[in-house]
Design a protein around this ligand. Structure first.
Ligand code: TEU
Length: 556
């Protein structure tokens, strides 16, 4: 398609592209490194856009690249309107955006409104100002309990381990108030009841919309409003680090957040080109999650219920049915996602043999490590199901190569605050964040040309390099390309799904003429000799679907 036509299509109003898009998550520090310092950057992304065009994705979402001391890999923003020198400049961003648009690829940026970095000018002003001042009121400062205020204001625990409050030293040197941080101590939470905070973020949204971004992924979209009075709360240790499995958590999923998204929805609607909001909200049920995407709120929200579903046919059928029903009930498309930068990569996760709550990660001493062959088979089958589903699908960089979790990172390289705040009890998320391989024989597998890498790349990753997989018809990369191409050709991103019965251990449904079946059991599953295959998650002869395999086919 001519470039001009592509640009016109991107600008077309009312296309609601996000309803059916395949959106590829770029984790900038680990995607491609043009400067050679071992950390990926924006010029690196620009230089590799053709590979994403070939993959066939509709949009990219970039994890944060704004100015940040990088205490939480950029999710600790010090200046929301600038690019961190690690990643380049605003001019590099504009160039990347223009080059993506010229290829018909939309660009979503990450917005982190729940908290800033402690290096943000507002927080620095708050530290210097007096208790009760307008500067303090932008964050959540409280006096401590106890005779001398020496105890935290309540018993909340940080998602990354340890307490959720940090006591400061006042400007006059005396022990002072405490501030709230759901995440790391370097990530103070804003007070979203404060109109000044709301106004500031409207202006930040406009800053990026004016530059031409197609939307935002909204970080911690379930946490911005806390229950009035900040009541004590003891989380269920079984519920995982984000507490998303529980109802009535006083800092998650409070009703007050919805007003903020309605406000943003109106703001985005002032712009042309169908801009969209996608919420990152870990919530206990899909019914509740659907409240984030009512017609006047966000356009999408991640389907973490789907992501968390283990390799079990009944549970997979249930979560697909529930997703279509619950999101459908509010008129929103479902989204689908299997991997991101916070969870164990699905080519490993789906074959774990011990419990592994989100955020725990896998390291050298973990129990229940997955068999890599089983993991990759299941990972490919899971994606083959996902990309056939109606709605929008999110991919995480490297999954198109079948990358497993990096499980043997030596302790001294670890960077996730989770690792430090739990004294090494939880490995955290570094294992899914290792720089991805491009060229098997180049330094750092082509991540850059110096060989530097902020997390060490496993020795066996040459076989996952893009150049190797490009030349192998049976590679995971070629599977993804085929799935995305067929999905587009058959318009599978929209329309309805008809369930079929292929037995207890199967997930089976029809999308128009195309039958989709996944075998989650241990015995081969005969599909009938009139099956004509469009795609198989792993090549097999005949018409019996092997275990841990999925296929799309027509009959007759
Ligand atoms: O994550 C928010 C969140 O609730 C969890 O996914 C959390 O990171 C995880 O449970 C920790 O183990 C978002 C970002 O995706 C994550 O990378 C950031 O660290 C976090 O917000 C703080 O900004």
């Amino acid at each position: 398609m001519a470039q001009l036509e592509q640009l016109e299509q991107l600008a077309a109003p009312g296309s609601q592209w996000w309803r059916s898009a395949v959106i590829y998550q770029i984790y900038p520090r680990s995607f491609a490194d043009a400067s050679g310092d071992g950390i990926g950057d924006l010029p690196g992304i620009t230089s590799r856009l053709d590979a994403l065009k070939q993959l066939g994705v509709d949009a990219i979402w970039l994890s944060p690249f704004m100015t940040s001391p990088q205490k939480d890999a950029g999710y600790d923003v010090a200046d929301y309107r600038d690019v961190d020198p690690l990643f380049g400049t605003l001019a590099d961003f504009d160039e990347m955006l223009a080059q993506a648009h010229a290829r018909g690829i939309r660009v979503i940026v990450d917005l982190v409104p729940n908290h800033s970095s402690d290096q943000h000018v507002w927080f620095q002003q708050a530290l210097k100002a007096a208790p009760g001042s307008p500067e303090r009121a932008r964050y959540i400062f409280r006096d401590g309990k106890g005779e001398n205020g020496e105890l935290p204001p309540n018993n909340w625990e940080s998602v990354f381990g340890g307490g959720m409050w940090q006591r400061i030293t006042e400007a006059d040197g005396t022990p002072g108030q405490w501030y709230l941080h759901i995440f790391d101590v370097s990530q103070p939470d804003f007070d979203w009841n404060n109109e000044e905070v709301r106004e500031e973020f409207r202006s930040i949204l406009r800053f990026w919309l004016d530059r031409g971004v197609d939307g935002f992924r909204v970080d911690v979209a379930h946490g911005m409003i806390k229950a009035a009075g900040l009541p004590d709360y003891v989380p269920d240790p079984e519920a995982g680090s984000m507490g998303g499995g529980e109802e009535n958590v006083p800092y998650w999923g409070q009703d007050g957040v919805h007003e903020i998204y309605r406000d943003w929805h109106r703001l985005l609607a002032e712009y042309d080109g169908d801009r969209a909001l996608c919420g990152e909200a870990w919530l206990p049920t899909l019914k509740k999650t659907a409240l984030w995407v009512r017609p006047d709120e966000m356009h999408q929200t991640f389907n973490f219920g789907y992501l968390m579903t283990p390799w079990d046919a009944e549970r997979l059928r249930d979560v697909i049915r529930e997703s279509l029903d619950d999101f459908g009930a509010v008129g929103a498309p479902s989204t689908w996602v299997l991997s991101n930068h916070d969870v164990v990569r699905h080519a490993s996760r789906l074959a774990l043999t011990a419990d592994n709550p989100q955020g725990e990660g896998i390291g050298p001493k973990s129990k229940g490590k997955p068999d890599p062959v089983v993991g990759l088979s299941r990972g490919r089958a899971a994606t083959t199901v996902m990309l056939s589903l109606p709605g929008s699908a999110y991919l995480y960089q490297g999954e198109e190569l079948g990358l497993p979790e990096a499980m043997e990172i030596p302790d001294e390289f670890r960077q996730d605050p989770t690792w430090f705040r739990t004294n090494g009890e939880r490995y955290g998320r570094d294992g899914c964040r290792v720089p991805i391989p491009w060229d098997a024989d180049a330094p750092a597998y082509g991540f850059n040309d110096t060989g530097a890498s902020w997390l060490p790349q496993p020795a066996e990753w040459a076989r996952f390099a893009r150049d190797v997989e490009e030349d192998d018809a049976t590679s995971t990369l070629n599977l993804y390309k085929t799935l995305i191409r067929l999905r587009r050709e058959h318009a599978l991103g929209s329309g309805s799904l008809v369930w079929e019965d292929a037995g207890e251990d199967a997930v089976a449904f029809r999308r128009g003429d195309i039958h989709v079946v996944a075998n989650l059991g241990t015995a081969p599953l005969e599909l009938g000799d009139d099956a004509t295959f469009l795609v198989q998650s792993a090549p097999f002869a005949g018409t019996a679907l092997p275990p841990d395999t999925a296929a799309w086919f027509t009959r007759g």
